[in-house]
Design a protein around this ligand. Structure first.
Ligand code: PRX
Length: 649
């Protein structure tokens, strides 16, 4: 058991919610009332929320269609446009001059974009895409730094019904190619580069590299000039974003789409094979993005400045940097750069300067900033903060308490939000002015979310740990895996006979009904809140000429939560340069985030007699702890000692 999990399990401190008469949900009674509405009439409650919170072009006739379970559809026959809900709607309501996006570059440049300006840019981009032949249903890959054009490109896709697939800028050319090909995208939108640690992280060259090795589906590349680095231009294919947009009108008729029109594909790691393209659709996703903003962050669009530090390349960036705040008509902050540049006070300086009121980040960032010392936050005025959030991995009580005391000065509720790429939005989280909180627990399922903990047979467990499942569909659930229906059913539904959604996490419930997330029960790693598949890293390693076999496991890490440990069997003799070479190779195949922290060389890997790699054993060895797994089936017992020695010196 990791030290984080162990300390979470011993946690008993409880923090009662503060009174707030203006909160969207201001008491636990209100929370229970809303939950009861769902248990009394599930469909009618969703129906009312969807009618109230979205602007429809045509009303829906059916709330939830379960006929093709586990393929569900929501709000059938309803018609709407997402960009219209995020932009035109607020302008029509008189909020056009409100700031939609505050952007700050690493060098300190600031842009403020109002709703009116954002709509104009989105329309120009949408018109430019249409002129390039992009039609409803076409896939557009967005490979961008954290700049407003990333959000503009996403919204422009939704304006014309194109399906976007954002690829995180730190993924390599090979990873980008794999995603472009799987999605069969027609267009890539990228930038020359982004600002990072005082330098430039070049993006366009990686796009060139990706396209040179295949991707025949791509017809054009739109390039935002941003970082000023020199980039090549392929005639007929590459188009300057600014040149393309400036000749376009600033209005664009929004395409009316069905509720279930595919909205985006976002690739994420699974326990087997290549990354899977998680597919989300329009109305249900948007509804939940808006509701969770209001419920979990108590978002008040007139007065709040909301900052989610996640990159748009991850689901957190999709839902809470872009769609959630904009669906509510509020102000979202985007920062392009690293949290510790030029010093570890950068995030707090931004909070102070822009008057951030709701701040949302990952435990990894908190742990890294704790290490830097309290003097950094203490230099800045954090008095505007009123709600703090965390996401992506379990938060250890020490980090929670620091966040609470040093950043929140003991007065800001902390919302520890459990959710996934697949769930689209928050699932288990406190409501800041209704739920009491306790360090390390994501507390209660949100109204409408039927979360439970079951054993391997699907039977409810009450007093011990088990598997986290969701027993009822919810509007922002994934609609499938792009081009792979069978994998969708196998991964999430088969385990419990198509009745429960299986999240892949272990959890336990305490006497108050609070959920404690214990981490993945499959071969998915959570490194600094980034999700990586062990198999992906293993395939990258074995694609190196010197590697015969590889097994990758996680080991506890104080800052990153989990570090990557690779056990490698070589084809040829060992030499010192191999460690760096293999790390560089993984960075090339996947991206720098997947580089193993430890590489241990071995003569062979521990396997059962049937040939299965014994991962639990490797996890114990990687963590340097006593062997807890059953090794009676291990074929060659001498392997253990050799492996333990492989990590020394
Ligand atoms: O293991 C859980 C962990 O992150 C996984 C989902 O990763 P991803 O799809 O990349 O989405 C991350 C951001 C939503 C989950 O299966 N996880 C997410 N939030 C928490 C968490 N673990 C513990 N506590 C959380 N609050």
């Amino acid at each position: 058991m990791s030290s984080t999990i162990a300390s979470i399990l011993e946690e008993t401190r409880i923090f009662e919610p503060q009174q707030n008469q203006h909160a969207n949900i201001g008491s636990l009674d209100e929370y229970h009332t809303l939950r009861r509405c769902f248990s009394d009439d599930f469909d009618a409650t969703w129906r009312d929320l969807a009618r109230e919170h979205l602007d429809w072009r045509a009303p829906f006739t059916r709330v939830l269609n379960r006929e093709r379970a586990p393929f569900f559809s929501w709000f059938e026959d309803g018609k709407l446009n997402l960009s219209e809900n995020c932009l035109d709607r607020h302008i029509a309501a008189g909020s056009g001059d409100r700031t939609a996006i505050i952007w700050e570059s690493e060098a300190g440049e600031v842009r403020r974009i109002s709703y009116v300006e954002l709509l104009a840019d989105v329309c120009r981009a949408a018109n430019a895409m249409r002129e390039l032949g992009i039609e409803s249903g076409d896939r557009v890959v967005i490979y961008m730094p954290m700049i407003p054009e990333a959000a503009i490109a996403m919204l422009a896709c939704t304006r014309i019904g194109a399906i976007h697939s954002v690829v995180f800028g730190a993924f390599s050319a090979n990873a980008l190619r794999e995603r472009i090909e799987d999605a069969e995208a027609k267009l890539v939108i990228t930038a020359d580069g982004g600002g990072r640690r005082g330098g430039v992280h070049a993006l366009k060259p990686k796009v060139d590299d990706a396209l040179s090795g295949g991707c025949h589906c791509i017809q054009h590349v739109l390039v935002v000039r941003h970082a000023g680095n020199e980039v090549g231009k392929t005639a007929g294919r590459d188009i300057d974003w600014h040149d393309a947009l400036k000749v376009q009108p600033d209005s664009c008729e929004a395409l009316t789409v069905d509720s279930e029109h595919p909205l985006f594909i976002l690739y994420t790691s699974g326990s087997t094979g290549k990354p899977k393209g998680i597919l989300h659709s329009t109305a249900g996703y948007l509804l939940w993005a808006r509701l969770t903003m209001q419920w979990v962050f108590d978002f008040q669009p007139e007065t709040d400045v909301f900052w989610c530090t996640a990159d748009v390349g991850w689901i957190t960036g999709h839902t809470y940097s872009v769609y959630g705040p904009l669906a509510c008509g509020g102000t979202t902050l985007m920062y392009e750069g690293v949290p510790t540049y030029p010093d570890p006070g950068r995030l707090w300086k931004i909070c102070a300067e822009h008057g951030v009121t709701v701040f949302y980040t990952a435990p990894t960032a908190i742990r890294a900033l704790i290490k830097a010392g309290d003097e950094w936050p203490n230099q800045h005025d954090l008095s505007n903060l009123r709600v703090l959030g965390t996401v992506g991995e379990p938060i250890n009580p020490e980090a929670w308490m620091w966040y609470h005391n040093v950043i929140g000065k003991g007065r800001c509720p902390i919302v520890d939000t459990w959710w996934q790429t697949e769930t689209g939005g928050h699932m288990i989280a406190p409501l800041p002015f209704a739920t009491s909180t306790t360090p390390g627990s994501a507390t209660l399922p949100l109204p409408g979310i039927d979360a439970a903990i079951v054993d391997e047979q699907g039977k409810l467990v009450t007093d011990s740990g088990g598997l986290l499942v969701i027993r009822q569909p919810w509007p922002s659930m994934l609609r499938g895996i792009w081009n792979d229906d069978a994998r969708y059913v196998d991964t999430y539904w088969k385990k419990f006979n198509n009745t429960f959604y299986f999240a892949g996490d272990g959890a336990r419930c305490d006497d108050n009904g609070f959920f404690w997330i214990m981490g993945r029960v499959d071969d998915v790693l959570n490194v600094s809140g980034h999700r990586l598949g062990t198999m992906e890293i293993e395939s990258a390693l074995v694609s190196h000429d010197s590697v015969a076999e590889a097994a990758v496991v996680g080991r506890p890490d104080d800052i990153k939560g989990e570090a990557i440990c690779a056990f490698v069997v070589l084809k040829a003799a060992w030499n010192e340069a191999l460690v760096d070479a293999l790390r560089a190779h993984v960075a090339k195949e996947i991206g720098a985030i997947a580089k193993p922290d430890d590489i241990r060389f071995a003569d062979s890997l521990p396997k059962t007699r049937s040939g299965k790699i014994m991962r639990r054993l490797l996890r114990d060895i990687a963590a340097g702890r006593d062997i807890t797994s059953d090794i009676s089936t291990l074929e060659d017992q001498s392997v253990i000692e050799k492996l333990q020695r492989s990590g020394q010196g």
